[in-house]
Design a protein around this ligand. Structure first.
Ligand code: C5P
Length: 233
């Protein structure tokens, strides 16, 4: 499924208050139709921020990063579906049982896609070794992606460097959402495995998540247009 061109860019509203989020959404206007709401904004502002985005015709990726017993995961996914969001995340490290519970719960919401988080983009091989996971990051990412596919997840979240390998493992229909992208010449922040938005899409990503590169820019609308240009739009 090919998303509409400006739906491939998801702007992360990593704000600690509602007014700041509304300000970004207002500045980007009709250009941006997909936002990611994470735990910070959800906790600070409440679910009304999500409902209002949906009411404005925006798509919302609710980045809940669920890692719980299957019953609780299913409940959280249903609550997300009831808000009208398009994407919700579950940790693949939780295994097939947790991911399957999320997929099952999402079935009653036809527009809701369950994405599995593989390895957060800030983690390196050394970080994985420290938590007792042997092997290279890429190996772990692909192992988790295969489990996500088995569980029926609609796609995964992964770094730009892994997009092409993920596409190969998951096939043409899967959603591959890549945070950790930065335009050339800008800081990649703490993303250990960053790449440009254009490179991520060329490698197989269906969507890119951009946060501070847009939201902290002096002119967020201009920064968003630069991301679009990087995607050849
Ligand atoms: O760095 P940036 O502000 O562009 O981050 C945007 C989003 O990317 C964040 O909301 C976060 O969830 C995600 N991210 C990630 N792994 C990181 C850092 C950020 O998945 N190491």
């Amino acid at each position: 499924m090919e998303p509409k061109p400006n739906s491939r860019i998801i702007v992360a509203l990593d704000c600690d208050n509602r007014a700041a989020a509304d300000d970004i959404v207002g500045r980007l206007g009709g250009d941006c139709r997909f936002y990611k709401v994470g735990l910070e904004l959800l906790t600070a502002a409440g679910p009304g921020v999500v409902e209002d985005l949906v009411a404005q015709g925006k798509e919302v990726f609710l980045d809940l990063k669920l890692f719980e017993i299957p019953h609780s995961v299913a409940g959280a996914v249903r609550a997300a579906g009831a808000l009208g969001v398009s994407m919700v995340t579950v940790h693949a490290m939780g295994g097939v049982g947790i991911m399957s519970a999320a997929v099952e719960a999402a079935r009653e919401f036809p527009g809701l896609r369950v994405l599995a988080l593989t390895v957060v983009t800030s983690m390196t091989d050394a970080d994985l070794a420290a938590i007792g996971v042997g092997g290279a990051t890429q190996e772990q990412v692909l192992r988790l992606a295969r489990l996500a596919g088995e569980a029926g997840c609609h796609g995964v979240v992964g770094s730009p460097q892994e997009a092409s390998a993920l596409r190969e493992v998951l096939g043409a229909e899967a959603l591959i959402v890549t945070p950790g992208v930065a335009l050339a010449g800008t800081s990649a922040g703490e993303h250990a495995r960053a790449g440009t938005p254009g490179a991520a899409v060329a490698a197989g990503a269906s969507h890119v998540v951009v946060g501070r590169g847009v939201t902290r820019a002096a002119d967020p609308a201009a920064a968003f247009r630069r991301v679009r240009a990087d995607l050849g739009e």
